[in-house]
Design a protein around this ligand. Sequence first.
Ligand code: RIB
Ligand code: CA
Length: 308
Amino acid sequence: MRRILIDCDPGHDDAMAILLALANDTVLEVAGITTVGGNQTVDKVSENALKILTIANREIEVAKGAREPLIKPLQCAPEAHGDTGMDGPIVENITMQFSKKNAVEFLRDKILAFDGKTTIVALGPLTNLALLLKTYPEVKEKIEEIALMGGGYSIGNATAAAEFNFYVDPHAAHIVYHSGIPIIQAGCEVSHAASILHTEIEQFKEKGRVSGFVYDLLKFYSKFSEGLNLDRSPIFDACPVMYLLHPEIFTAKEHYVDIEISGGLTEGMSVTDRRVWYDMPKPNTTVLYDVDREKFIEYLSSAIFALD
Ligand code: RIB
Ligand code: CA
């Protein structure tokens, strides 16, 4: 059993990642969820986290985190996730309350109180993690690795060079990549490889409670890609979770990765050293390159139906 803490900004694809983890509770123990401003404000994404747990009928502590990135002003993504941050499904009768702790204290306490090591699954801007590492560096030795969605070895999405999570808070990403903690990076490339065909979304229609939620979720989420004349939508945040469950369906390489923070055209870019050269820097990141899409969707769909 691998113990994980999920830091996220739900977010349609964050929701898919959380449901995937919850469905695989014999492999992953979700010890808590923290939220961060990103796709929408931290208040909105935190409400969405409670909606996801309510629909999955799971009682897991949720602690709210950073409202703003470390230095840049918050830049949300309503064009992809809507005004609520998770437009589409309606979830009522939310009775769960948030933790009284903020995300940084919550993460510190959860990590230090546990005998073993914990894996951090990071699905939004890395503001909370950066604050945690700078405030309580003693947690580092008790973090197994950080499996994250962010960056890309060759492309961005928020800009030509930078992926959204790293673009929103490049300074936080820089702190995390310089922490010495091993990183598993699911970037833009593998996320696009792990896309769901818009025709495949129909399988979730009128099958059950959770699959019905997922149907409404993905029908809204797919509008963004349809607007770009694409026939599929990348399930970005499910990638790091799927890698923890089924690494065999991915291809990956070890690289040294650093984050551009000097501003300008490449601000937030994950600069990946892929040279074949002398005295290369020691790799700090397992970069995911590709995935077997059919297997990815098979495991993801099975997880959703298992929660029904
Ligand atoms: O670039 C994609 C990432 O930004 C995903 O985590 C998505 O949820 C948004 O946060
Ligand atoms: Ca996210």
